[in-house]
Design a protein around this ligand. Structure first.
Ligand code: KG4
Ligand code: ZN
Length: 347
């Protein structure tokens, strides 16, 4: 990298149902715009084709607004970072292709960013930075990952879910309780009014030390509802108790494994990231756990928990600094693949 001038990084995120554009000056966020596709609510989940079309409509205006809000010209952008996967392939194509077009026409470097890596390092968007080595819990709609992170390039997967992701469990239980999509925020709201000790839902007891399983919990909620409410009419008070008890079991399951990971590894910090990191009970319990172990705890602010381009730009900047450059042949990919995920495996 030349001289001490800070780089203007343009980040573009379009992996699912949020189009987001951010501009960073090195690692400092100047603007982070997020346009959420709320219309998916009507369908009970994300409709991939509609998602792609909505990204296509909004990505250019969003880039224009981001540039305008920080009062810089597109030619002042030094680096373009865009999510290349994992995610919905059509949605990814929109953001990545747009980024390629900008990179080509402006003759500026392009870095393709793994969405999960974006989440993993999103704690570094905060004023107080996490310290290595750290345990990172990624909890989103598509992923539940427990990681030991030793540096920006050394990331070890300790455990993952063997079935549903944590956010997926929130969404599925929300649907069966009649709350709709996305489920997390609505279950959380309902849980606030309920008694979390009223129903004992199970926590999966897996042989693998650090793996998670949430489909049994979801089925237990389903069975409870089928058994007790044959007319599908659940009184509000009961709904609140079910939400609170489900949320407690899910959070307890996460905390058990995180606690074990901290006990078994000498770490300086814990970071909770991803869409489900918006959950207040989970945030509180992770904070308490960090206090117990006397390590620091970094949880991004709400706008950096869900999908956002600031984390993509930041990860793009880190990769760029370690020499990564992508060309116009870089392709989007729908699922985590060894060759894509955590692609720099060494310092
Ligand atoms: O990271 P994210 O925005 O998108 C993915 O990459 O998946 O995560 C979305 C997930 C959804 O499943 C949503 O229900 C969940 O995060 N979520 C929450 C809360 N806010 C969002 N789950 C629990 N409590 C919340 N407050
Ligand atoms: Zn995400």
């Amino acid at each position: 990298m030349s001289g001490s001038r800070k780089l203007n990084i343009l980040g573009i995120e379009s992996s699912c149902d949020e189009t987001s554009v951010a501009i960073l000056s090195d690692d400092e966020v100047k603007v982070n715009l997020i346009s959420s596709q709320h219309f998916h609510k009507n369908y009970g989940g994300v409709v991939p084709e509609l998602s792609s079309r909505a990204h296509l409509q909004i990505v250019k205006p969003l880039v224009d607004s981001a540039l305008q809000s920080v009062n810089i010209n597109i030619n002042d952008i030094d680096l373009i970072a865009a999510t290349s996967g994992p995610g919905l392939i059509g949605a990814l194509l929109v953001g990545l292709t747009f980024a390629k077009g900008l990179s080509f026409s402006l003759n500026k470097p392009l870095v393709a960013v793994n969405h999960i890596e974006g989440h993993i390092f999103s704690g570094f968007l905060m004023d107080t930075k996490p310290e290595f080595p750290m345990i990172v819990l990624v909890v989103s709609g598509g992923h539940t990952l427990l990681l030991l992170v030793e540096s920006f390039t050394k990331i070890f997967l300790l455990g993952t879910t063997v079935d549903d992701a944590a956010g997926e469990a929130f969404d599925k239980v929300s649907k069966l309780l009649g709350f709709g999509y996305p489920g997390g925020p609505q279950i959380e709201l309902s849980a606030l009014k309920g008694d979390e000790h009223s129903i004992k839902f199970p926590i999966a007891d897996l042989k693998d030390e650090y793996n998670f399983s949430f489909s049994g919990l979801k089925t237990a909620v389903l069975r409870f509802v089928q058994k007790n409410y044959s007319d599908k009419n659940i009184p509000e008070n009961d709904l609140n108790n079910i939400s609170a008890s489900f949320q407690k079991s899910l959070v307890d399951a996460l905390i058990q494994k995180v606690s074990l990971a901290i006990s078994n590894h000498k770490v300086k910090s814990i970071s909770l990231v991803g869409g489900v990191a918006a959950n207040k009970k989970l945030r509180n319990e992770i904070n308490n756990l960090a206090d117990q172990f006397n390590i620091s705890c970094i949880i991004p602010s709400l706008s950096y928990c869900g999908d956002n381009a600031a984390m993509i730009a930041l990860r793009g900047f880190q990769l760029y600094q370690s020499g990564v450059r992508d060309n116009l042949c870089v392709k989007p990919y729908p699922a985590i693949h060894e060759n894509h995920f955590l692609r720099i495996g060494q310092d």
